[in-house]
Design a protein around this ligand. Structure first.
Ligand code: MEV
Length: 334
């Protein structure tokens, strides 16, 4: 950790990208490899010093705000729900305050293009951008590894056994082959990977879905274990297909991966509708992405079919948008 000599800035803004898990969500929690892409939607956190010791957080898009004094929360907008949603941000800055050995209040404003509770990594993008902005404001320069570790710790406070895939991609950007507890590899994917995201707008909690899979695995270990292992094998084959630019195989593998996720109980009828609509309109492959149980699906399509797939997802009841991968992880904004 380097100490930055001047504390000249009054406010620092940092941003971090959303993500799409192309392969291996849930199975990654059990040590299997997964493939994740950073996409061109970002969360922005602006951090300023306060004169008192409160941590005041305003999440503009969620329309929630309030301040923490120690463990006590005083809501301004969003009522009791605001405490639950804003607490991870408070945890993230508290870790930075501890690392910087400082005791001061902070004002944090979050603006984000990323749909929340949808499987696109909004919480991790908010946590990493807040950590980077707060650390720069307080005069310390954290390495990417340190930002990832702090964001991972704050995610652990929200759901007990995360794999770390969300804070990893928000920190590093690009395309990662991720495996829990191992060094992750940045994948060099030269092919354009045209993607459409379909949002069911059904909100869900990743923590609860991870717990549901754990429960299923405990009850039917000999059935669920091989499914988890196959999920990992699919991710490894997908890495080879992505490197070769063989999008047809990538699409096939996405479809199989979706089947396995349905088998472990994390799909949802709204997701199934969007996945089938995308496939029927010519997508090379489609699957749920992230925690499932609602939230988002992702379809891979040839460039010329992107609009058709997008329209089909909307007709099936989702909101849809096309995304591009981005190489940029967390960064300080000018
Ligand atoms: C959430 O984006 C991905 C999950 O695999 C949970 C995790 O890896 O921590 C469902």
């Amino acid at each position: 950790m380097n100490v930055v000599p001047s504390l000249a800035k009054e406010a620092v803004t940092a941003s971090a990208p959303a993500k799409v898990i192309l392969f291996g969500e849930h199975f990654v929690v059990y040590g299997e490899p997964a493939v994740v892409i950073a996409i061109d939607k970002r969360a922005y956190a602006t951090v300023k010093l306060r004169k008192d010791e409160r941590i005041h957080i305003d999440s503009v898009d969620m329309r929630m705000s309030g301040s923490f004094k120690g463990a006590k929360f005083q809501a301004e907008k969003g009522g009791a729900k605001a405490c639950v949603k804003l607490e991870p941000v408070k945890n993230a800055v508290q870790q930075v305050l501890a690392a910087a050995n400082k005791k001061t209040g902070l004002d944090i404003t979050i603006n984000s293009d990323i749909p929340v509770s949808a499987g696109l990594g909004s919480s991790a993008a908010v946590a990493t951008s807040t950590i980077m902005a707060a650390s720069r404001l307080l005069g310390i320069e954290l390495s990417r590894e340190q930002i990832f570790r702090l964001a991972y710790e704050s995610e652990r406070l929200v759901h007990g056994t995360p794999s770390g895939i969300d804070p990893a991609i928000a920190t590093y950007g690009g395309t990662l082959q991720f495996q829990k507890g191992k060094d992750f590899d940045s994948l060099n994917v030269e092919a354009n990977v045209p993607l459409v995201i379909g949002n069911t707008e059904v909100e869900r909690s990743t923590g609860e879905l991870v717990a549901a899979v754990r429960h299923m695995r405990e009850r039917h270990r000999y059935i669920i274990e091989p499914i988890i292992k196959t999920g990992g094998r699919i991710a490894l084959f997908a890495v080879e297909a992505l490197k070769k630019g063989d999008l047809e195989s990538v699409g096939d593998l996405m479809n199989v991966n979706h089947g396995l996720l349905s088998a472990v109980g994390v799909s949802h009828e709204a997701l199934e509708r969007l996945v089938y609509a995308a496939r029927k309109s010519g997508a090379l492959g489609a699957k749920l992405t992230g925690g499932g149980g609602g939230g988002c699906m992702v379809a891979l399509a040839e460039e010329k079919k992107l609009n058709r797939v997008t329209t089909a997802i909307v007709r099936a009841g989702g909101t849809a948008f096309q995304v591009r991968k981005t190489d940029e992880g967390v960064r300080v904004e000018p």
